[in-house]
Design a protein around this ligand. Structure first.
Ligand code: NAP
Length: 472
């Protein structure tokens, strides 16, 4: 895949980049290692100051960064601005809370025959982050903010179609005042990832992207005994029970399916509706999907822009063609728009069955499938009938049904009467083929830490827990 900015709204190639030569990658790894030696000793207060400065820069440059993302991958400018704001908020969250989240945890000293015992969280070293294009700033930031606050050093291999956003990130951290080489972008293709993962200087990795890419990174890191966090694909169910507010559920369903032009891992992709309300709910849902404005992502009134590239369009075309050939009905959309650019309209399919690829694969674009069920048991079975286990949405006013779904959903996240979303305060991640490990919250920041046990016998030379030396 070329490393290039190709505007999906027009198909125009705006800028191409040569992949870094092997010796440049080598020099960057050496610099990352050297940076870690001193960066790990910096204080939380210093790191927080730099991260807050990064947040301020993001706020100040929101318009231009948003336009850059829109140009590289097609999200609407409104969505891109919201993403920039979310990144600034994420930086401020970790600037504010990292020290407390990583504070020493005292243990029951008497129980372990010590004078004092505690757990300390310490950084691991240079971490490679392999990131996708769909939230080009947020995906990378939700790795970087906690990882840097914990004292790690970041190396970003971003998706090949968002090179300018990737370079902006490196610049952002440099301008915010972080020491040199604490965060570096590597403009490389995925073919160079294996060599970097095998390099002893890189101590851990995270990948957000497709399940096959995650499997590859996990396989290499497994062999090298390096920790990984994997945030992979999803096909979130969106279940509507009879007691749900049908209009609100349909409104949220439209956003949940079409946000980011339908290209979100946590987008609701499979809509499961109780048979007693299916006709009415589907009518409202289709009406709202048809009302969306598809077009130029830089225009304020646009709801849905292009998908990110040509292969994104042809993947959707193939999934819809397969479903229709096997008996699905198209309630709206269903055909690529006849205009330049990668435009695929909001689409709803019904009469979907297990045999259709769209049931078992992830549709990465604004295509929804609707299936009906007879009772809660069948709803839970269908919701879990997927290789993925990222988010899940369940709509009901009945607290017993809510509890049952929270208990039985095979997913990393359950949202009741709402849609899956990420917040710095909540752990984010999945089970099954959606990956493992967690981002965000205290769980996320500890993923790239050495959870170190400290045990002290005797009575002298005491370092009190909770007050480590700077940078601990
Ligand atoms: P992708 O093809 O897996 O690419 C993601 C990143 O991995 C890119 O940087 C890509 O580099 C790199 N890559 C691809 N194959 C690789 C390999 N074999 N070894 C190492 N690196 C490799 O995914 P995508 O199609 O761009 O992104 C969409 C996918 O990401 C969807 O499945 C979506 O659900 C998932 N996603 C998950 C989350 C989550 O949090 N769970 C969030 C967002 C997206 P190149 O660009 O150079 O190929």
């Amino acid at each position: 895949m070329p490393i290039a900015t190709i505007n999906p709204a027009t198909g125009e190639t705006l800028k191409t980049f040569d992949a870094l030569a092997a010796e440049v990658v080598e020099a960057k790894l050496a610099r990352a290692t050297a940076a870690f030696a001193t960066y790990r000793l910096t204080s939380f207060a210093d790191r927080a100051g730099w991260l807050r400065a990064a947040a301020d820069i993001l706020d100040a440059e929101s318009d231009q960064v948003a336009l850059l993302m829109t140009t590289e991958m097609g999200k609407t400018v409104a969505a891109a601005k919201a993403e920039v704001g979310k990144c600034a908020a994420g930086c401020r969250y970790y600037a504010e809370h990292a020290e407390a989240l990583l504070a020493d945890e005292p243990a029951d000293a008497a129980a372990v025959k010590a004078v004092e015992a505690y757990t300390r969280y310490q950084p691991l070293g240079p971490v490679l982050a392999v990131m996708p294009w769909n939230y080009p700033l947020w995906q990378a930031m939700r790795f970087a903010a906690p990882a840097l606050m914990a004292g790690n050093v970041g190396l970003l291999k971003h998706a090949s179609n968002v090179p300018q956003t990737a370079m902006y990130m490196e610049e952002l951290f440099r301008r915010a005042g972080f020491p040199a080489d604490v965060f570096q972008t590597l403009l490389i293709g995925s073919d160079l990832v294996e060599g970097i993962l095998r390099d002893p200087r890189v101590v851990a990795a995270t990948l957000t992207g497709s399940t096959p890419a995650g499997r590859s990174v996990a396989g290499i890191c497994g062999e090298m005994l390096k920790p990984t966090v994997l945030e992979l694909g999803g096909s979130d169910p969106f279940v509507v029970m009879p007691s749900a507010d049908l209009d609100r559920a349909a409104d949220v369903a439209v956003t949940a399916r079409t946000q980011n032009n339908g290209q979100s891992c946590i987008a609701a992709k499979r809509f499961l509706v109780h048979q007693s309300v299916a006709t009415e709910w589907t009518r409202i849902f289709v009406e709202k999907m048809q009302a969306l404005v598809v077009g130029d992502p830089t225009e304020d009134e646009t709801d849905v822009g292009p998908v990110a590239n040509e292969s994104g369009v042809s993947d959707l075309e193939d999934l819809v063609a397969d479903a229709v050939a096997k008996g699905a009905r198209v309630l709206c959309g269903g055909t690529r728009l006849d205009q330049p650019g990668c435009y695929y309209p909001p689409t709803v399919l019904c009469d979907v069955t297990d045999e259709m690829e769209i049931w078992s694969e992830e549709a990465f674009g604004p295509v929804a499938v609707v299936r009906t069920f007879a009772d809660l048991d069948e709803a839970v079975r269908l919701a879990n009938d997927t290789q993925f286990g990222l988010g899940s949405n369940f709509w009901t006013d009945d607290p017993v049904e809510q509890d049952r779904f929270v208990r039985d959903a095979q997913a990393g996240m359950v949202f009741l009467n709402g849609m899956t979303a990420s917040y710095p305060e909540l752990p984010f991640g999945g089970v099954k083929n959606s990956g493992y490990g967690r981002e965000l919250s205290g769980h996320g920041i500890r993923e790239f830490c050495n959870t170190k046990t400290a045990w002290r016998g005797g009575a002298t030379g005491r370092v009190r827990s909770g007050r480590g030396p700077p940078g601990a």
